[in-house]
Design a protein around this ligand. Structure first.
Ligand SMILES: Cc1cc2nc3c(=O)[nH]c(=O)nc-3n(C[C@H](O)[C@H](O)[C@H](O)COP(=O)(O)OP(=O)(O)OC[C@H]3O[C@@H](n4cnc5c(N)ncnc54)[C@H](O)[C@@H]3O)c2cc1C
Length: 365
């Protein structure tokens, strides 16, 4: 409303705004459709990336579809016949494109959601690069890719080589003949090392804590236990941890081989960065051309700051997919649902809750 009580012309009313069109946003949009919500009239899906595919569209070319383990299809449409040698960015980009068309989800892109705040009459105001929406409920499905976490170490700005984050990893050829320090004990760090080692003049792996290799199959029971641990954290309002920090690193044949060859011998975290490498307090040094930070990502939720959902612990306290402090706001793909299967399930749960909140006549699912 403006100050004479007239609604601004460029504010559009909907029942639900979905922010993000990755696995979590598309799964939510699918369930909205099934429950009788009409795209554009009842809900909109906004995404700031240029193409369909969510974060997958930005993943490095050497991450082929065959290297992706445990990717679950979106609800209602299988992903079949994909060439395992093709980059996952292309395979999943094409699959998401077909999915959006098949279910007529009408994703608006590129639309950057900048701020979500309290609006009039119990509604939320969603300000974007392409206008403002006023909504009764919000599904936030913005993932983590847009918020790479890059820790700071003394001397970092003095380094004369190249520093880069997993988010812009270009594939292994770019490291030909170079001495590369990889920082980070998660799955991305180990994958980078195994890819880069055959090209590089030398690789060193540095992690804060000793990595935990989890032998044996990553079965359903282990998956469930990991999800339960992360669920418990977000219920307490703590920042969710990465799933690997909970499950340990899966030991594939490639990992076994890399361990045998010394590619995954780990050094403790260095104490400082020098112009030519890294250094430990005990006097040890490594000369390097590149520091590759495989130090993970954080939830991309800065645009929700005006709603003050964050707890003193730094996370958003969750009750299922709902923000405990605001029943209009659902986080899908956050914490325990930050996996393709988790995002599918959370999308359905969030929509079920929102149907109840909006007191809409349920349409049989
Ligand atoms: C290298 C790698 C490999 C993985 N492999 C697997 C695997 O094998 N199996 C598995 O289950 N999981 C895997 N994961 C995790 C999996 O990718 C994610 O859990 C899931 O795909 C994330 O879906 P999402 O929709 O939550 O996020 P995303 O795919 O990141 O989608 C979020 C979307 O929100 C948009 N967005 C963000 N901020 C805004 C904003 N302010 N305004 C508008 N739009 C915005 C982005 O453009 C993006 O399209 C992997 C992750 C990584 C990093």
């Amino acid at each position: 409303m403006n100050d004479i009580g007239v609604r601004d012309a460029d504010v559009t009313d909907v029942d639900v705004v979905v922010v993000g069109a990755g696995q979590a946003g598309l799964s939510s949009a699918y369930h909205l459709r099934r429950r009788g919500f009409e795209p554009e009239r009842d809900f909109v899906v906004l995404d700031h990336a240029p193409r369909p595919g969510g974060a997958w569209q930005f993943r490095w070319p050497s991450l082929t579809y065959g290297k992706v383990h445990g990717m679950h299809a979106l609800p209602g449409m299988e992903l079949t016949g994909a060439d395992p040698a093709r980059p996952s960015s292309e395979v999943i980009g094409a699959y998401f494109t077909a999915y959006e068309q098949r279910f007529d989800l009408r994703v608006r892109r590129p639309v950057d959601v900048r701020r979500v705040s309290e609006g009039d009459g119990g509604r939320l105001l969603v300000e974007t690069s392409a206008g403002t929406w006023s909504t009764r409920a919000l599904i936030n499905a913005t993932g983590t890719w847009d918020k790479p976490f890059w820790p700071r170490y003394p001397g970092q700005e003095t380094f004369l080589g190249r520093q880069l984050h997993t988010a812009v990893y270009p594939g292994p050829e770019a490291f030909r003949g170079q001495r590369v320090v990889v920082v980070g004990g998660g799955a991305s760090g180990t994958q980078h090392l195994m890819e880069i080692a055959p090209y590089a003049a030398g690789t060193w792996w540095v992690t804060r804590r000793p990595p935990v290799f989890a032998d044996g199959p990553f079965d359903e029971g282990r998956g469930r236990a990991a999800v339960a641990l992360v669920e418990d954290r977000v219920r307490q309002g703590l920042p969710p941890q990465s799933v690997v920090s909970v499950t340990g690193l899966a030991v594939t044949d490639a990992v076994r081989e890399a361990r045998a060859n010394g590619v995954l011998d780990r050094l403790p975290m260095f104490d400082r960065i020098t112009p030519t490498g890294v250094e430990w307090d005990d006097g040890r040094t490594v000369e390097a051309d590149v520091i590759l930070w495989a130090t993970g990502f954080r939830a991309a939720v800065d645009h929700l700051a005006p709603l003050r959902l964050r707890e003193p612990g730094g996370g958003i306290r969750m009750d299922g997919t709902r923000a405990a402090a605001d029943p209009r706001v659902h986080l899908v793909g956050y914490g325990p649902s930050a996996s393709t299967i988790g995002a599918n399930r959370a999308g359905r749960a969030a929509v079920r809750d929102i149907v109840r909140l909006l007191e809409r006549e349920p349409v049989p699912a």
